[in-house]
Design a protein around this ligand. Structure first.
Ligand SMILES: [Zn+2]
Length: 114
C-alpha cells in the first residue's frame, strides 16, 4: 500500500474524509495514489472537500440488512455510500454525514438528503 493511501485511510478511520490533491496542479487524485495522474508530481496534500454532493444513481441492497446505496459525486469525485431515506432521485443534493472504516477495514460512507 502506498503512503498516500495509508494517509487517506488514517484520516478516514477517524471519520475525517480527506482527498489527495496535487500541490503542483490542483488535480484531485481519486482513487488515492502516490502520483498525480495529470502532471506526475509526487507533491500531494490531503484536502477536505465540501461535504455536499449530488446523487448520480441509487440502488437497494438486500444482502444482510436492507440498505439504499447511492453513487454520489462530490467536488468532481465519485463515491458509493449508503443513503438515508429521502428523495431518491438522481440530482438530489446529499451530504456526507459519516465515514470511517468498518470491522473489515473497508471504507464506508453514509450520506443523508439535505
Ligand atoms: Zn498534478
Amino acid at each position: 500500500m502506498d503512503d498516500v493511501m495509508k494517509k487517506f485511510l488514517r484520516y478516514l478511520s477517524s471519520g475525517d474524509f480527506r482527498v489527495p490533491v496535487c500541490d503542483n496542479c490542483g488535480t484531485k487524485i481519486w482513487p488515492p495514489s502516490n502520483i498525480c495522474s495529470n502532471c506526475f508530481s509526487k507533491k500531494i496534500r490531503m484536502s477536505k472537500l465540501d461535504s455536499k454532493g449530488k446523487l448520480i444513481e441509487y440502488s437497494q441492497s438486500f444482502i444482510g440488512e436492507r440498505k439504499n446505496l447511492g453513487l454520489v459525486e462530490m467536488s468532481g469525485i465519485r463515491i458509493i455510500g449508503s443513503l438515508s431515506q429521502g428523495n431518491m432521485s438522481p440530482g438530489s443534493t446529499v451530504r456526507l454525514t459519516r465515514c470511517g472504516l468498518d470491522k473489515d477495514n473497508s471504507p464506508y460512507y453514509e450520506f443523508s438528503f439535505t
